[in-house]
Write a protein that binds this ligand. Structure first.
Ligand code: AHG
Ligand code: MN
Ligand code: MN
Length: 288
C-alpha cells in the first residue's frame, strides 16, 4: 500500500499471504508421497496436491483472477465471471522432495495483468513464501523487493525493503557433473577456481533466497540428455527471475534473459542461471 500498489493487486497478494499460512499448517499433517505423478513425470507428494487444491479452491472463491496455471495441473484453469482479469502462475510447493527431511520449501507465485502464457517481463508482481525455521514472504511489484516475516499471530511484518543482491562467492550448481556440457563445465570450473562456496539444497526457492541475500549464482543448466534443463519457465524461472532482477541481479538461460522469452506452452522448461549480474555475464560469454 505504501508503494501505491493497485488495491486489487494488493488484495490478491494478501490472499496468497493468508493461504501461505494455511499451507504452513499442513506440514504436520503429512510428509508422505501421493503415489501419483505430475505432467513432468515427477512423483507428487501428498502436500504438493493439497497445497495446489488449497490455492485453486481459494482463488475460485475470491474470483480475483481469471487464469490460473500451476505446476500440478495439465492445463490453464479459467474462472467464469471474475471480478478482474489477473492471471497467476503457481508452484504450490517447490523443493517438495525435502518435506520429509524438514528442509526449507516454498510456494512461488507470479501475477500477470491477463493471460499467463506471457513473457516474464510482463509480470506485475512476483512473490514467494518460504517455510523454514521462519515463514517469510518475499515480494516485488517492481518497486523494490521486500521481505516479510510471519509472527505468532500469523501476520506478515515487513523486515527488509529495497533488497539488493550483494556481491559474493556462493554457487548452487544443479544437475550431475558428469553430464555437464562444455561451456557450463568451464563456467563451474572458473567459479571453483575463484573460491566460490557450494550451497545447493534441492529447493530452488530456498537456494535463491540465500543468493538474493548473500549473493552468488544458482544454476540448473541444460545437460547431456536434457539440453533444456529441468526447471519450469512459468512456475519457477519467471517469478524468481523477476524478484532477482528487481533486486539488481539477472536470470538467463545461458544465452539470453529468461524474462524476455515468449512461452509456447505452460510446461516449458529452461536451463537457469540466476544471481549476480557478474556471474550471468560470464556464462553468457562462454555460451555465445
Ligand atoms: P519441485 O519440488 O517443485 O518439483 O521442484 C524441485 C526442483 C527445484 O526446487 C530444485 O532446485 C530442483 O528441482 C532439484 O533437483 P535435483 O533433485 O535434480 O537436484
Ligand atoms: Mn518447483
Ligand atoms: Mn512444486
Amino acid at each position: 500500500m505504501q508503494k501505491n500498489t493497485d488495491p486489487k493487486l494488493s488484495e490478491l497478494i494478501l490472499f496468497f499471504g493468508e493461504h501461505g499460512k494455511t499451507i504452513k499448517s499442513g506440514f504436520l499433517k503429512s510428509q508422505d508421497k501421493a503415489g501419483t505423478r505430475n505432467i513432468y513425470g515427477e512423483e507428487q507428494m501428498a502436500l504438493d496436491k493439497w497445497a495446489d487444491d488449497v490455492l485453486i479452491n481459494g482463488l475460485r472463491k475470491t474470483r480475483l483472477v481469471r487464469y490460473i496455471a500451476t505446476e500440478e495441473q495439465p492445463g490453464i484453469i479459467e474462472i467464469d465471471n471474475p471480478k478482474n482479469q489477473f492471471g497467476v502462475v503457481i508452484d504450490p510447493l517447490d523443493g517438495s522432495s525435502l518435506i520429509d527431511v524438514n528442509l526449507a520449501v516454498g510456494t512461488i507465485i507470479g501475477i500477470y495483468p491477463g493471460n499467463v502464457l506471457n513473457k516474464g517481463e510482463n509480470m506485475i508482481a512476483a512473490l514467494y513464501i518460504l517455510y523454514g525455521p521462519l515463514t517469510t514472504l518475499t515480494l516485488s511489484t517492481g518497486n523494490g523487493v521486500c521481505d516479510f516475516v510471519m509472527d505468532e499471530k500469523g501476520e506478515f511484518n515487513l523486515t527488509a525493503q529495497d533488497i539488493k543482491i550483494p556481491d559474493a562467492k556462493i554457487y548452487a550448481p544443479g544437475a550431475l557433473r558428469r553430464d555437464y556440457l562444455p561451456a557450463h563445465a568451464k563456467f563451474i570450473a572458473d567459479l571453483e577456481n575463484d573460491g566460490y562456496k557450494l550451497r545447493f539444497s534441492g529447493s530452488f526457492v530456498a537456494d535463491m533466497h540465500q543468493i538474493l541475500h548473500k549473493g552468488g549464482v544458482f544454476t540448473y543448466p541444460g545437460f547431456k540428455g536434457k539440453e533444456k534443463g529441468k526447471l519450469r519457465l512459468l512456475f519457477e524461472a519467471n517469478p524468481i527471475g523477476k524478484i532477482i532482477s528487481d533486486a539488481g541481479g539477472a536470470i538467463s538461460n545461458g544465452k539470453t534473459n529468461i524474462l524476455a522469452i515468449q512461452p509456447r506452452a505452460i510446461d516449458d522448461i529452461t536451463p537457469i542461471y540466476a544471481g549476480g549480474k557478474k556471474e550471468i555475464r560470464l556464462i553468457e560469454k562462454y555460451m555465445s
